[in-house]
Write a protein that binds this ligand. Sequence first.
Ligand code: GUN
Ligand code: ZN
Length: 466
Amino acid sequence: MSTETQPEHSLPASGVASPPNRTSPALMLYRAALMHTPSSPFEAPGALHTEADGALLVRDGQIVASGPYHDLRATCPDAPVTDLRGGVLLPGFIDTHVHYPQVRVLGGLGMPLLDWLDHNTLPEEGRLAEAAYARAVAGEFLQGLRTNGTTTALVFGSHFAGAMDEFFAEAQASGLRIVAGQVVSDRLLRPELHTTPAQAYAEGHTLIRRWHGQGRLRYAVTPRFSLSASEGLLESCAALMGDFPGITMTSHINENRREIEVVRGLFPGARDYLDTYERAGLVGARTVLAHSVHPSDRELDVMAGRGCAVAHCPCSNSALGSGVFPLRRHLTAGVQVALGTDVGAGSGFSMLKEGLQASFMQQLLGEEGITLGAEHLLYLATRAGAQALGLEATTGDFTPSKAFDAVYLQPDQGSTLDTVLRHAGSPEQALAALFTLGTQADVARVWVVGDEVYSRQKSSTSLATS
Ligand code: GUN
Ligand code: ZN
């Protein structure tokens, strides 16, 4: 890997996201076409629940009832109503793998993983040593999440503790539900990105005490990947997990064949890539591993047995030419799978696009693939993510007792999506159209625990009538 020196870089004038409009009314009836997946369509049919003219009754940010609008209205005639007809209300998206320092380097096409890291990404990650730069990037990153309807994310952080303080402060102000941690590495990257096991433990400890459990924030211990982490560093990560039970661990695994070869050489005693984490004590129910494009059967069995989850990032896997994700093998083994955008190797923050790409890639696998319908995509982009993060009791669908974490998609009149939605013959067709044609431009409003964290000021409000 490269050790080129960090270039000079001028700071942007601004970039910090403005605080969201934190409304959180005590009681509100949201009237909308609703779609959600309270169960897994991979396990049983009928997972997609829809209401063409539905409602959610929300008290203090929690859903207390859901059903047809007229039924709920009859039970609470005095509740104020937010009228969201003209679009579709979905649970907020859950992105289980996305890199905070990489928002400005999206679009580095045509390179495999290790070249892409050297030439596209690591030089930028070095720039986050400067607090003002890191703060600006954090604002841009969080803006990317919320304007795409993502309400919860497992975020790969920066190598710098100061950049993580900037990030957590911005994340807290954003109102989003964020699980994130400082990334640690002690070899084979650029020297300015390296730490030591002792420093990694000390900085992680301070960050966890400062941020874990503050509002909607949680901490994730984050060794970058075994290629850049010595056994000692992985053990220091495990020590943090031992000291703070309940925190998440995330990393990369089996993404690229060349990477896997290098890891094999660095850990001659390990049975495989997973074993490099396993031997350190990092594989458990709170572990989320990104990619897993080239797993062995043993790795799948262990991941399933330990209850860890895989973040599938199909746009990134395509962009870096990493390979086609073996979804069927994961599901057959019993491994939990959710979706991640993997910004910046992926193609942006849209979980709709990520779902679409997942579907495309399974199609390319032919008989080895799994046909992903719209209900699978919604599940992978919402409830599966909540399960991967251990948040399924809190978010991911619209059943009563869940938080009101939601995204309202409302296409512009005359857009292709608007046309297709108007002619959709079934809720499944409408949902498939959202995944196929929906973009950031269609995200009109976003809530977390009833707080409105994003509202697009529409120039045309014509669709919200009737
Ligand atoms: N493996 C180690 N670091 C990275 C990263 O930043 N992106 C991806 N896609 N894979 C990685
Ligand atoms: Zn990644």
